[in-house]
Design a binder for this molecule. Structure first.
Ligand SMILES: CC(C)(COP(=O)(O)OP(=O)(O)OC[C@H]1O[C@@H](n2cnc3c(N)ncnc32)[C@H](O)[C@@H]1OP(=O)(O)O)[C@@H](O)C(=O)NCCC(=O)NCCS
Length: 150
């Protein structure tokens, strides 16, 4: 089956690519004020950054004109993914174990590490999708989770 569809938009041809069809078994969202992240960076610097973000995430955000917006979006993404997974977590959440990466089009993707990755594999999580958005004031994220054979 052809999973590409073309529509006209603003006099341009926009190619929409559908991923393989998956059932959404979990959804999560979060919103983070950008000013709160700016304040944490100013007050705690690398202690804050290294607790929450991987090196790759920090590098990506600091290539941008407004790093705090992108950092805030990643905080929202991490929270969203945990909500979508629907797990309670004993002890401090290993936030760097939920890493936001990008595909070749710039769309955000998620990679899990460590115990969270192990738990996801055991729960047969097959796909995690996220979408991010940010403005001067807020960053938001939505995450969905699909489970194989659910
Ligand atoms: C994706 C896009 C629409 C984002 O819109 P925006 O209003 O400028 O910015 P938002 O705050 O809503 O979203 C930014 C986030 O979009 C995400 N994003 C970037 N490219 C994306 C893509 N191709 N698909 C999905 N999400 C994308 C990123 O996560 C980005 O945040 P990050 O840099 O912190 O990771 C814009 O970057 C864009 O147009 N990219 C080109 C995609 C394209 O082919 N457009 C053609 C339209 S005719």
């Amino acid at each position: 089956m052809n999973n590409r569809h073309s529509i006209g938009l603003c006099h341009q041809s926009l190619s929409l690519r559908r991923g393989s069809s998956t059932v959404c078994d979990g959804i999560g969202t979060d919103i983070v004020p950008v000013a709160r992240v700016e304040a944490l960076v100013q007050q705690r610097g690398t202690t804050f950054l290294e607790r929450w973000f991987t090196r790759g995430e920090i590098s990506y955000c600091y290539t941008k004109a407004h790093p705090a917006r992108h950092l805030a979006a990643r905080l929202a993404a991490k929270e969203s993914v945990l909500k979508a997974l629907g797990w309670s977590w004993d002890g401090p959440v290993p936030w760097r174990s939920v890493e936001v990466l990008h595909d070749e089009r710039g769309a955000p993707t998620v990679r899990l590490h460590g115990p969270i990755a192990d738990a996801a594999a055991e729960a047969r999580v097959s796909v995690i999708r996220i979408s991010l958005s940010h403005c001067d004031e807020f960053a938001t994220a939505v995450a969905t989770v699909a489970v194989a054979g659910a």
